[in-house]
Design a protein around this ligand. Structure first.
Ligand SMILES: Cc1cc2nc3c(=O)[nH]c(=O)nc-3n(C[C@H](O)[C@H](O)[C@H](O)COP(=O)(O)OP(=O)(O)OC[C@H]3O[C@@H](n4cnc5c(N)ncnc54)[C@H](O)[C@@H]3O)c2cc1C
Length: 483
């Protein structure tokens, strides 16, 4: 029997363990899979709490339907009828500008306007800003191969105002990052493809939109919205994966402290590996998958793979916190007619965004209540994540009072801190990944997976799990590509 050990029981580790065990069972392979997690629960930053009648998400609250892997996995796990659309009646998003909330004009696809009338009527962008955005229709393609940051790209195609008011809070906000240092090719390669294919982002988005609506007309099956979730929250997914794993394969509450080659700790020619746990236990493995944040992975590999560790440390992370607040609906006088708002850095506020959860997913709250969620931290306000609970609530309530006029006392509050949880794909990210791949060649059977490499979203992590499974199976003697 050969053994694969996966370290880190967040979504990436769970997915890898799941696909490996499925394939092992299907092909009757003699491979044991073990998943080690340092906490006493699996799921990593996917946390859902039921508090009375409210479903409160601590981490992610939805995933993009466009990337197919999350929906496919939900269906495979029997969660097809648990998939939840967002409330399309109120699909508006607001952006704070000069202290006021302005609606992101209808027809915007991420940062690109695709519908003329709402764009022209919008109070968010000034007239010169609108003219500059419309110039995208005429501007030529980029002529060099030089890597661009998100900020450089948006300024070049759509202008400064689009960057400051839309791309920075809405697009860079997904990574809680800084557009000036974010690698466009590693975070939003889709924009590069659009420019290559259609020259203009606006024309490209329109063409893609037409294709998507033709496809949707022909498509049968349940309704889908741009963002999807699960009825009782995102933890339904991680719980379902965990439920499908062999019980004996799960090792919660076990912290890995080091990985070595068996025998001499520092020579490179030996496989298999030794996985050292904090309690002194040592597990042997033919293959090891690290699904931990890169700064932890670097620590675990430092003794055996110094260069690999150094490269891993070049991927920075930022911290965030989410704060959920339940109010009596009668005490909120601001209209709740959208999914929430995002805040550009230029507004100098202490929260990054707020989701109006009881509008986005109405059944997660009660009709007489409003469930709101605020985001704190990210690249520009990271130190706020360390505020104690009382101070944190004071800050968030102060911001909601200034922006939405909410003075009421919340009846329920929940705070979730996510220390160094958001990997930043900085300029040079692709080069760093190539360097990692080169270094990994020295360590056969050792693999890296997770949100720090090729996509930060839920669906990306699941896809990475599939690709990593392929690599492990190939290494352990079974070739073939399924994913
Ligand atoms: C606040 C927040 C909101 C988000 N919102 C969305 C969203 O709405 N939609 C979306 O698509 N994505 C969202 N994301 C991103 C997405 O949730 C994450 O990228 C994804 O869940 C990461 O999963 P992971 O398994 O790669 O990492 P993690 O969840 O970080 O898992 C890593 C695991 O490794 C374990 N570990 C660490 N050290 C050790 C050790 N020494 N030994 C053993 N185990 C160890 C940890 O305890 C953890 O369980 C959000 C992320 C955050 C933080």
């Amino acid at each position: 029997m050969r053994r694969a050990i996966i370290i880190g029981g967040g979504l990436s580790g769970l997915s890898t363990a799941y696909y490996l065990q499925q394939e092992v069972a299907r092909s009757r392979l003699d491979i044991e899979t073990i998943l080690i997690e340092k906490e006493n629960r699996f799921g990593g930053c996917i946390v859902t709490d039921e508090v009375g009648d409210f479903i409160i998400e601590g981490g992610p609250d939805c995933f993009l339907a466009e990337k197919p892997w999350a929906i496919q996995l939900c269906e495979e796990l029997g969660l097809g009828d648990r998939l939840l659309c967002t409330n399309e009646e109120n699909r508006r998003v607001f952006i704070l500008s000069s202290g006021k909330l302005h609606q992101l004009p209808e027809g915007f696809m991420l940062m690109v306007p695709t519908s003329i009338t709402p764009f022209l009527k919008s109070s968010l962008i000034s007239l010169p800003g609108k003219i500059r955005m419309a110039m995208d229709l005429f501007l030529p393609r980029k002529r060099t191969d030089e890597e661009e940051s998100l900020a450089q790209f948006v300024k070049r195609r759509l202008g400064n105002e689009a960057l400051e008011k839309i791309a920075e809070p809405l697009v860079a906000g997904i990574h809680a990052g800084t557009p000036e240092t974010m690698s466009l090719s590693s975070t939003f390669p889709r924009f590069i493809q659009l420019e290559e294919e259609y020259r203009s982002l606006i024309l490209g988005m329109l063409a893609r939109g037409r294709k998507a609506s033709e496809f949707n007309k022909k498509r049968s099956g349940p309704k889908k919205t741009m963002f999807m979730s699960l009825v009782d929250g995102m933890m339904e997914l991680t719980d379902a994966i965990q439920g499908r794993l062999d019980e004996g394969s799960l090792l919660p509450d076990k912290k890995v402290v080091r990985i070595n080659h068996i025998g001499k700790a520092t020579t490179r020619d030996h496989s298999p590996y030794e996985v050292h746990l904090e309690d002194g236990e040592i597990l042997e493995a033919d293959s090891v998958v690290l699904a931990t944040p890169t700064y932890i992975t670097a620590e675990l590999l430092q003794e055996m793979a110094g260069t690999l560790s150094e490269v891993l440390l070049l991927i920075p992370y930022v911290s965030t916190a989410t704060i959920s607040l339940v109010y009596r609906a009668s005490e909120i006088h601001h209209p709740l007619d959208g999914f929430g708002f995002v805040i550009p850095r230029a507004e100098r506020r202490k929260i990054m965004a707020s989701t109006w959860t009881s509008v986005k997913f109405p059944h997660r709250s009660r009709p007489d209540s409003a469930l709101l969620r605020a985001f704190v931290g990210g690249a520009h306000n990271e130190d706020l994540v360390d505020l104690d609970d009382e101070e944190m609530l004071k800050v968030v309530r102060g911001e909601l009072m200034d922006i939405m006029g909410i003075t009421a006392q919340p009846i329920i509050t929940r705070i979730y801190r996510w220390d160094k949880s958001m990997p930043q794909y900085m300029l040079g990210h692709a080069e760093r990944l190539s360097h990692l791949e080169e270094e990994l060649l020295h360590y056969p059977g050792l693999y890296l997976t997770g949100c720090a490499y090729r996509g930060i979203g839920i669906s990306d992590c699941i896809h990475e799990g599939q690709l990593t499974t392929e690599k492990v199976l190939k290494f352990l003697g079974r070739a073939g590509t399924k994913y």
